[in-house]
Design a protein. Structure first.
Length: 195
């Protein structure tokens, strides 16, 4: 039987706590993080992440619409530089929900802003559906306008639509992807207006 070092156990516990805290933020309607603006290669992520270890966020703390076992610690592609926690979730069951999403937590606002701006510079931004403002835009939670952040919409080189946003309260960045930008953005709008 393999004996685990105390540092491995501590590191795994710390990562699990950060991922759970990030999931709580999304569950409360405060979305989390994403990957760089080149996009998440869906097939690569699905095959490399889903078979991973037995980490499963507690059922009550998963973001809305993700079935049990659908979230895993991020590995391929690797998390954004400076991320203290990163989780990939699959097959959200809510209408328009993302087939693939990455949620990343950061230790401070500067690192979160830097990672988001890197994504902004690397993406071919387009207006989010129904938005008349310039990109990046901003969002606020309907039930608590003090919770909000920045948001961008774009289509990556693999023709996947992306809605990526930051949550400045919880220091998280979410990158969700799916085949249809209007549906994906509608799912995001549903989260921030109903929670």
């Amino acid at each position: 039987m393999c004996k685990r070092s105390p540092w491995m156990v501590f590191g795994a516990a710390a990562l699990a706590i950060l991922v759970v805290l990030g999931a709580v933020g999304l569950w409360l309607g405060t979305p989390l993080t994403g990957r760089t603006a080149v996009g998440i290669p869906v097939a690569e992520v699905a095959t490399s992440i889903m078979p991973q270890d037995d980490y499963v966020p507690e059922e009550a703390l998963r973001p809305p619409g993700y079935p049990a076992g659908s979230c895993r610690p991020s590995a391929n592609p690797p998390p954004s530089p400076g991320a203290v926690a990163s989780s990939d979730c699959f097959n959200n069951t809510l209408p328009g929900g993302p087939p693939v999403a990455r949620y990343e937590g950061f230790a401070d606002q500067k690192t979160l802003n830097d990672r988001f701006q890197t994504d902004v510079r690397g993406a071919a931004l387009q207006p989010c559906p129904g938005s008349s403002g310039s990109a990046p835009g901003t969002w606020k939670l309907k039930s608590d306008p003090s919770v909000g952040g920045s948001i961008i919409c774009y289509t990556s080189n693999d023709n996947m639509a992306h809605v990526e946003w930051t949550n400045n309260t919880d220091l998280v960045k979410a990158n969700t992807s799916g085949p249809d930008l209007a549906s994906l953005y509608g799912w995001f709008q549903g989260l921030i207006t109903t929670l």
